[in-house]
Design a protein around this ligand. Structure first.
Ligand SMILES: Cc1cc2nc3c(=O)[nH]c(=O)nc-3n(C[C@H](O)[C@H](O)[C@H](O)COP(=O)(O)OP(=O)(O)OC[C@H]3O[C@@H](n4cnc5c(N)ncnc54)[C@H](O)[C@@H]3O)c2cc1C
Length: 361
């Protein structure tokens, strides 16, 4: 690799699908970028990812490592750093005082770039049910398009009691007719929720409103599955449980330091995008891609959004160059006109050639 310039075109925080797609765009255009990867991925623990064309049923670890290998072996303008970024801020960079960014890792090393891409992902916030963590993600699935297909033919639990319960149950019924809705306590009296449960019952799903004491992981396969132990009565053994946890931005600290605006927590709390064509954020020069700016949190969507963020950063750099060059050409034009009316070596023209244009103006 050639030496890394002190100021790169883009600092990309995140080495998941979004950051990798963004970095590939920089590699392809021979523009410089550093990708920071703390190796904390949302899909940690899964062995196969799905809904990614040509990479269906591929281990996400393998997916990321192929992407990194392709970028570093074929191109020479993208560097990877396995570090955690703990600080990010706007900074005037270099002699030109470029309005860029500086980020600092947990070891105190700083990196400077013209643009910043936040591809920092999100993380799931688990409910406080004993044994939940021990079954995640082996027997608890947050998305039935991502997981479920391979486990079809086993009884399914839907741990949900909300206006989206019927959506989950509808999908679960594609995998097995034995679907139980686990409400984990009495059903709230809201008409919208009652309506959902009645629809699900009409489809043949059962509603179990007992409180869950704990979830027991019976072993790695779906034949072994997960057993639900309730506060009273018989246990229930299932192939898997569908549950959509709430998510939060993995690096909310960086988002806050930068002052990047997010949408209301009730709407997901992800980064607010001002121009969806280029994934611009509320901070000029800062772009975002992937789970951290999306309600639809999927690998393919994240890749597309990472690419848009890279395109946005590149467009902004190009626009800045264009306007700087135009300004210079205009100045040259003005000077050329002035030179024509003031013969060389005389008065103002002489002052102009000495660079003292202010004196002429
Ligand atoms: C259990 C589970 C299974 C899933 N299965 C599928 C599936 O089959 N198909 C599918 O399409 N989607 C699936 N998803 C969703 C998918 O994982 C995400 O949509 C996708 O990973 C988002 O990509 P991303 O690049 O935005 O974030 P991530 O993949 O989470 O990557 C975030 C990156 O940012 C880095 N990072 C964050 N903060 C910092 C920091 N401060 N410093 C340095 N680095 C930092 C992390 O280390 C990581 O490299 C699944 C999710 C879960 C939870």
């Amino acid at each position: 690799m050639p030496p890394r310039p002190p100021i790169v075109d883009a600092l990309i925080i995140g080495g998941g699908p979004a950051g990798l797609a963004a970095s590939l765009a920089f590699a392809r255009t021979r523009t410089t970028a550093i990708v920071f990867d703390s190796q904390s991925y949302r899909n940690e623990g899964i062995t196969h990812m799905h809904t990614v064309p040509s990479r269906d049923h591929v281990n996400p670890y393998e997916f990321r490592s192929i992407a990194r290998e392709q970028i570093t072996s074929r191109y020479r303008s993208v560097w990877f750093e396995q570090v955690t970024i703990t600080q990010a801020m706007k900074k005037l960079l270099g002699k030109e005082k470029y309005d860029g960014f500086e980020v600092t890792d947990s070891e105190g090393r700083s990196y400077q770039g013209k643009k910043l891409i936040l591809a920092t992902g999100s993380r799931d916030v688990f409910p406080t049910i004993a044994g939940f963590k021990e079954n995640w993600p082996q027997h608890i699935y947050q998305c039935l398009a991502c997981d479920g297909f391979e486990q079809q033919g086993t009884p399914i639990g839907v741990l949900d009691c909300s206006p989206k319960t019927a959506h989950f149950v509808n999908m679960a019924l594609n995998f097995d007719s034995r679907v139980t809705i686990l409400t984990n306590g009495p059903v709230p009296g809201y008409p919208a929720i009652k309506q959902q449960l009645r629809i699900c019952e009409a489809w043949g799903a059962k509603v179990d409103s007992r409180r869950i004491r704990r979830l027991i992981n019976n072993g790695p396969t779906h034949e072994e599955g997960v057993t639900v132990e309730f506060e009273e009565g018989e246990t229930l053994t299932l192939g898997f449980i569908a549950h959509k946890s709430a998510t939060v931005n993995r690096s909310q600290d960086l988002i806050d330091q930068l002052g990047v605006e997010c949408v209301d927590p009730g709407l997901g709390g992800h980064i607010k995008i001002l121009n969806p064509m280029f994934n611009t954020t509320s901070v000029i020069g800062c772009f975002a891609g992937g789970d951290t700016m999306q309600a639809m949190k999927q690998a393919t969507v994240s890749m597309a959004d990472g690419l848009k963020a890279a395109a946005g950063a590149a467009m902004e750099i190009a626009a800045e160059r264009e306007s700087a060059t135009w300004k210079m050409l205009e100045e040259q034009n003005i000077n050329a006109t002035k030179n024509a009316s003031f013969p060389e070596g005389h008065g103002a023209a002489a002052m102009l050639s000495s660079g003292d244009s202010k004196a002429v103006n």
